[in-house]
Ligand binder design. Sequence first.
Ligand SMILES: N[C@@H](CCC(=O)N[C@@H](CS)C(=O)NCC(=O)O)C(=O)O
Length: 185
Amino acid sequence: MPSDSAIPLLWHFPVSHFNEKARWGLDWKGIPHRRKALFLDYVPRAFFRTRQLRLPILIIGGKAVADSTRILATLEERWPDPPLYPADPELRDQALALEDFFDEEVGHPVRTLLLGDLWRRDPARAIAMSGALEARGFLITAIRPPTVPEGTARLRITLTAAHEASDIDHLLEALASITRCQEPI
Ligand SMILES: N[C@@H](CCC(=O)N[C@@H](CS)C(=O)NCC(=O)O)C(=O)O
């Protein structure tokens, strides 16, 4: 079946509040769709279709829609019933503000609490992060046993005098973007 078939296709990470939001919207509206969980292959796929590197992405009617908020808006437009948003404009604005607040302020710390410790003990996670950083132009090696104790892993970040402060800023941005919500394993 071609990827742009009439049935919407969701590219997603299984563990992520943004991705869960898109799955929940599709389920709430009872929209028949397919889901494909992506792993490291999300990098070329996402970039090719949307010129950005984040999931979820919904492929619908030949178009790729990135960003969970835009995905919900697209679903609402195409399948108005049952509605996701309140009909009253003021309540609707409040609902959208709440969505934004949970996306940006609540979701990340809650995920970190639940998953942070798990990930620290996961060598596969370190490899995936190293790959995601490489896709952004950073060569950062995953260090695994026996170099570090069994059941643990690290990322080795090597700085030299040739690095500019802006390089470090970009690295921090990339690390924040990847670690705050990605689950590519
Ligand atoms: N504003 C976006 C954020 C999506 C997002 O940050 N997705 C994360 C997973 S939770 C991601 O794909 N990260 C991969 C990366 O940054 O390489 C949305 O609402 O969909």
